[in-house]
Write a protein that binds this ligand. Structure first.
Ligand SMILES: [Fe+2]
Length: 221
């Protein structure tokens, strides 16, 4: 990493980071939309994909305004967030639970972008780049709206359905568990009932063999 000597340079560095962050999202969002079970969530991801392309264009514009162009650097934070999101998606089957996981991943991404756009917008204001600040403010507003939309989908339907799915699974689990317990207790009770008889049978078998060996000993004498 080159040495940063001014806030303006730091702003350029952060814009490059955001340019790549948006690129990574342009590649990840179609897969997220495809995996979403809820029609509303699918539509939200598709809408956000179109917005993300606009965000990247605005960042390119902001860099141009500063006499720069995207330098191709990688946003490691976004790489980590997407990797974590992919890991989450692989851990659950399709349904409301996976939708909840997709929202978890998407909201972490949104909050990262909200923090980043808020910061670069303010830096642009501080260094007197009003046109740049305006572009970044637009991105910030749309990221906040996207985050709110995800919250409303989560609270409006997905969380409840994911909870019900979980309760459903727990319900089946309990029935199976009860069934196993019943089978176990039945086997146990039968074993208990059979045990005294088995003991009695053993005792009489032992008595018979003792008396037989006693008789044979007497014959030998
Ligand atoms: Fe964005």
């Amino acid at each position: 990493m080159a040495t940063v000597t001014s806030l303006r340079e730091h702003l350029v560095e952060e814009l490059n980071d955001l340019h790549n962050a948006e690129q990574q999202l342009i590649e990840a969002l179609p897969q997220m939309a495809q995996r979403a079970a809820s029609r509303e969530l699918k539509a939200a991801f598709k809408t956000h994909l179109a917005q993300t392309r606009t965000h990247q264009r605005r960042v390119t514009q902001a860099l141009r305004q500063l006499g720069e162009k995207p330098d191709g650097s990688t946003c490691e934070a976004m790489e980590g967030l997407i990797e974590e999101g992919e890991h989450l998606m692989k851990s659950g089957g399709p349904g409301a639970l996976q939708d909840a996981m997709l929202i978890t991943a998407a909201q972490k991404v949104e909050h990262y972008e909200i923090a980043s756009y808020g910061t670069v917008r303010t830096y642009a204001q501080v260094v007197g780049e009003r046109a740049v600040a305006k572009l970044l403010e637009q991105n910030l507003k749309e990221e906040k709206a996207a985050d709110k939309k995800l919250t409303s989908i989560a609270e409006g339907s997905v969380n409840k359905r994911a909870g019900q799915e979980w309760q459903g699974r727990i319900g089946v689990g309990r029935v199976l568990e009860r069934g196993t317990r019943w089978a176990g207790s039945t086997v146990g009770a039968t074993a208990k009932r059979l045990k005294p008889r088995a003991h009695a049978a053993d005792r009489s078998r032992a008595r018979r063999s003792t008396s037989r060996s006693g008789r044979s000993r007497a014959r030998r004498r």
